[in-house]
Design a protein around this ligand. Structure first.
Ligand SMILES: [Zn+2]
Length: 313
């Protein structure tokens, strides 16, 4: 009887112990699970919060559009090439020394000017909306190789946009000192440089017959369209030469925006606006001697005008 009892007691203890282990196991399991669930909840809240933060900041930068009472003004700067002393290129009035050029870009950056892409410039000139009141459009004529060797590295360094006007036959003929299609394509793919026409052979259009002009504008556009897979709609008249035929032909061929040379054909230096005629947009000539202060003074009136032209919300 005693032995039987003892055996019974022993097995009871075993069962109790087993139950205890089981209970502890369940408690630990539940506790750990809860902790993990809490962590998950925390993470997903953090996720949503950070996602929301992203959308908010994204939206605010995307949607930050200012409304204008009247047409916008846009200063367009005209450059040609940028060299350093070591470059064997003509050091004429179209050239800007690389140090002077970088100082101009620095002045723009430090004073919060936004360099617009061609698409942004076009929007700005045709709509009563704008991204900012401190805007400037950098344009470079002739497609000099320094666009790739000197200017493009600085555009990347300061994250700035520019537009380059190409003389397409010069590129096709592999002319010295001129960009190649590969360099043009690489810059276009970067998103920092867009390209317009500077005609096929850089003749003064104002001195040509309508037939010759048609040929120059058409050939240049079709080469750019084909090589860059784009619909070229910007024209820069070589040496600022143009006449009424030029404007009619450009319009007929699908050019929507044309830029002038200050000092040619009565063109003066001023901010561009839609009422100038989109095919006759004035520009400012940039010189080697243009100091950062000169540049900021040049841009001041557009900033003042655009600020006053903003509809307060
Ligand atoms: Zn030119």
């Amino acid at each position: 009887m005693k032995r039987k009892d003892r055996r019974k007691k022993k097995s009871m203890t075993k069962i109790l112990l087993l139950l205890l282990v089981l209970i502890i196991g369940v408690i630990v399991y539940v506790f750990l699970n809860q902790k993990q669930a809490d962590k998950k909840a925390e993470n997903s809240v953090a996720n949503i919060a950070s996602k929301e933060k992203n959308t908010v900041s994204k939206n605010s930068s995307e949607k930050k559009v200012l409304l204008s009472k009247d047409e916008n003004h846009l200063p367009i700067l005209m450059y040609h090439y940028v060299t350093s002393n070591s470059d064997e290129l003509p050091q004429d009035s179209n050239n800007i020394d690389i140090v002077a050029f970088e100082n101009q870009l620095k002045a723009l950056k430090e004073n919060n000017y936004k360099t617009v892409s061609a698409a942004e410039a076009q929007q700005l000139l045709t709509k009563k909306e704008k991204l900012d009141n401190k805007l400037v459009w950098l344009t470079f004529d002739d497609g000099s190789v320094t666009m790739y060797t000197r200017i493009f590295p600085l555009l990347k360094k300061y994250n700035m946009h520019a537009t380059s006007f190409i003389i397409t036959d010069y590129v096709n003929n592999g002319q010295g000192g001129i960009l190649t299609w590969d360099q043009i394509k690489e810059m276009k793919e970067s998103g920092l440089v867009d390209f317009g026409s500077h005609t096929a052979q850089h003749f003064d259009l104002g001195l040509q017959t309508a037939e010759q002009q048609q040929e120059e504008l058409l050939k240049s556009k079709s080469d750019l369209d084909k090589e860059l897979n784009q619909n070229t709609d910007m024209i820069c008249y070589p040496a600022g030469g143009y006449n009424q035929d030029t404007l009619n032909i450009a319009d007929k061929l699908g050019y929507k925006f044309g830029v002038l040379d200050p000092g040619r054909n009565g063109a003066i230096e001023s901010d561009a606006k839609e009422s100038d005629g989109l095919l006759m947009l004035p520009r400012y000539r940039m010189l080697d001697t243009t100091t950062p202060n000169d540049l900021l003074k040049m841009l001041e009136q557009s900033t003042v005008y655009n600020t006053e032209n903003t509809i307060e919300k």
